[in-house]
Design a protein around this ligand. Sequence first.
Ligand code: SF4
Length: 112
Amino acid sequence: MKRYLCQRCTNCCRWPGFVKLTDADIPAIASFLGMEERQFIQEFTRLRPSRDGLALTDQPDGACIFLDGRDCRIQPVKPAQCGGFPNTWNFPGWREVCEAVEVEEFPGQREF
Ligand code: SF4
């Protein structure tokens, strides 16, 4: 089975848009940061334009608030949206902005 292996180019952490948070993402990230959920929500989230949930805030240059150089500060608990791209979801033209490489996945193998 083919899948794409992230090369950590961080392009998806920098392009415009919203990193949606699921109900499971919020307690996981708050706990990882050693914060109360309420405090995490106040400091690091905003209401999505559709008003149907929360998204992470951005840095002034538009990068994800948790991007630090080429590293994700919440990598072990990164939001489902981040972990799923580009294998579980992507968008037209994504190959032009994502450096992930196509690999053959063997049964039981999982890189991330
Ligand atoms: S754009 Fe693709 S290769 Fe780059 S960090 Fe995101 S998923 Fe990984």
